[in-house]
Ligand binder design. Sequence first.
Ligand SMILES: [Zn+2]
Length: 262
Amino acid sequence: MEPARPRAALVAALLRRGDGATAPLNARGRFDIWGHRFGILIMRLPFEQFPALSAIETCRHVFAQRIPGIDVSHDKAKVLERLNAAHQEIRNTAGLGHWPLFTAQQIHGNKIAVINSCSRSPMGREFPARDGIITNQRGVALGIYVADCCAVYIVDPKTPAIGLVHSGRKGTELGVVTNGITQMIDRFGSDPAEMIVQLSPCIRPPHYEVDFASEIIRQCRALGVQHIYDSGTCTACDLGRYYSYRSEKGKTGRMLAVLALR
Ligand SMILES: [Zn+2]
């Protein structure tokens, strides 16, 4: 059984916020309430992990889903602030909580940030004007927020090195995943044939007019990546589990993808 204390702490945090504190009970079962302890509800946090990445010993990852009971009808900064306690809790549960989190500003561009032995730091930060992050450093957590766009996890278990990229319609057109993989090759000596690529849930036809997930896969194959896994899930098809920017007309939350070398 997983430790009860952190979950209890999260529930307490939700209750303190006063923004829909009782909503976990209305969450269509996504918050799986499995018991009471110390007089407080204990519940399972909504996240998923991908079997292809779980099978890799050298990395840890998680994909935080929609968090029930949190009002997300605000701008992105406010929404991320409201989701932060739950995201921290999910990172803890996935064994990523004590590593510094590096994120990107995510401007739907194609530039990649690099964390190497010189640029790593004990404190996490957000890289301005970047849409992906690559590193060969252990104990450094990469984070990408999405709500319809695809979070693309790239793992080269041999070198080892990792990349995490935000690729929606525009970023895909600009080749942001191609840039991420190319920079892993150039800077770390990664071999695309050794890479494992995982696509997160993202919006897809018929809910969206462009199938950018297929294009991401095509770009990876063109670089010689052979091991490509797609969750195949459409975010707009399951609003109980995911946030969808398109379906919710921009007033929505963000899923958090995290990847790290252990
Ligand atoms: Zn759909």
